[in-house]
Design a protein around this ligand. Structure first.
Ligand code: HEM
Length: 160
């Protein structure tokens, strides 16, 4: 009798302990792909067999679905293969705006950028990675504050 009580006690304790261990476990961070400028440039729509990528606010989107906008000879092809946050914010295709530099943007530009970022890019195109500006500090160390963008409506598969 005493042995069976001990057994029950042991089972309850191990179940509790297991639960505690589970709760203390940190969720593993999902790996993300880092794009260098050169790598991103490869996906500018020039090579027909490759997907088309562009970045806004350091987030790299697969915009192949919007080939009629971003593909070779398409009206917004200049935005492909690079981070063109400034161009999207200002709705400009001026070569000097084809950059991630946000210096001097007005509040209207930033509001417009955020609305296109959420309403068009995040809503329509799957995220495939991030530029160094988004995941690394200037000295190349990992940016501890980096959090991946949520895109719950996409069932993106893990590349790793
Ligand atoms: C005369 C000037 C322009 C006209 C008539 C025009 C027209 C359009 C039209 C009809 C769409 C499609 C909207 C839809 O059905 O979802 C569109 C989308 C878009 N336009 Fe323009 N546009 C002009 C200039 C620009 C400029 C200068 C930029 C610079 C960045 C720009 C960036 C975009 C972007 C990012 C989209 C979203 C494309 C997507 O869904 O991926 N547009 N534009």
């Amino acid at each position: 009798m005493a042995t069976s009580r001990l057994c029950v006690l042991f089972l309850v304790c191990s179940a509790l302990f297991a639960e505690e261990v589970k709760l203390e476990e940190k969720p593993a961070a999902k790996p993300v792909r880092l794009f260098t400028e050169d790598e991103l440039q490869r996906y500018d729509g020039t090579e027909e067999h490759l997907p088309i990528y562009m970045a806004v606010k350091g987030v790299v989107f697969d915009v192949t679905l919007g080939k009629e906008y971003y593909g070779k000879d398409a009206p917004y092809n200049a935005l492909a293969g690079k981070d063109c946050t400034r161009a999207v914010a200002k709705m400009s295709l001026d070569p000097e705006d084809l950059t991630s530099d946000m210096t001097g943007l007005t509040k209207e530009d930033i509001d417009s950028l955020d609305s296109v970022f959420e309403g068009t890019y995040k809503a329509k195109y799957p995220i495939v990675g991030y530029t160094a500006a988004r995941i690394l500090n200037e000295d190349g160390s990992p940016n501890e504050d980096f959090t991946p963008e949520e895109q719950p409506h996409f069932q993106t598969r893990d590349e790793f």
